[in-house]
Design a binder for this molecule. Structure first.
Ligand SMILES: Cc1cc2nc3c(=O)[nH]c(=O)nc-3n(C[C@H](O)[C@H](O)[C@H](O)COP(=O)(O)O)c2cc1C
Length: 211
């Protein structure tokens, strides 16, 4: 006799580290919440600074849900998130037994990239990413730096070889973006696609630029 189990709500890890591009982070979190996901959110010290520096004090991690609702609408309330400390290596997401479906690091600093590439697990961001790789779950890394040094380029190759999707913060312009939010929609849409969602944040390419 089989017992019907309730379907699990999709749960993803989202990490925000101290590389420029806070707008990509908040758009990605909002888009996953709009999809009804439960998120394990971990924000590094410089990620926390980034949210305030680039988006203002109202986007500080302590006020993130009201900020997202104000900016993106009530749809974000379809999901929820648990916030973890980056030094808490005993958090649930430090273990492969936590039933998460994947993880994105957006944006990903060169420091955190180096830690993931070399399996260091010094912080919860690095450890949760290590868990994704060892469990063969999707890991999307969104690095931002320019120009890039040879060690930084090599670290991206190491991550790709280990199974991660390296999705640089490189918005396209063939969608004729008019605002920064249009650029963020494009990147968040790419991230959701990489995590297996059917995204609607930007239109599919039709074969020509739509004016
Ligand atoms: C305003 C600001 C912008 C930064 N932008 C970047 C960046 O785009 N890419 C990067 O790799 N590091 C950037 N950094 C440096 C990182 O924040 C720094 O290396 C930090 O130690 C990263 O730590 P984390 O990965 O734990 O967040 C920036 C720092 C500041 C204060």
């Amino acid at each position: 006799m089989s017992v019907d189990m309730p379907a699990r709500v999709p749960r993803y890890v989202v990490a925000i580290t101290g590389a420029s591009g806070a707008v990509y982070a908040v758009r990605t979190v909002a888009a996953l919440l709009e999809q009804g996901c439960e998120l394990d959110l971990v924000v590094s010290d410089y990620g926390r600074r980034l949210l305030r520096d680039e988006l203002g004090d109202e986007a500080a991690v302590e006020h993130l849900m009201p900020y997202l609702e104000n900016k993106y609408g009530a749809g974000v309330r379809r999901g929820r998130f648990d916030l973890h400390g980056n030094r808490d290596l005993g958090a649930t997401i430090a273990s492969g037994s936590r039933p998460t479906r994947g993880m994105v690091i957006v944006p990903c600093s060169m420091k955190s990239l180096a830690g993931v590439a070399n399996g260091l697990s010094r912080t919860l961001v690095e450890r949760a990413a290590d868990v994704m790789l060892k469990e063969r779950r999707p890991l999307v890394i969104v690095p931002r730096e320019t120009p890039m040094s040879l060690p930084q380029l090599r670290n991206m190759v190491l991550c790709a070889e280990a199974g991660a999707v390296v999705l640089p913060a490189m918005p396209a312009f063939y969608q004729l973006p008019k605002t920064l939010d249009d650029l963020a929609d494009f990147l968040a849409g790419k991230i959701l696609s990489a995590l297996g969602f059917e995204q609607t944040l930007y239109p599919d390419w039709t074969g020509r630029v739509e004016r």
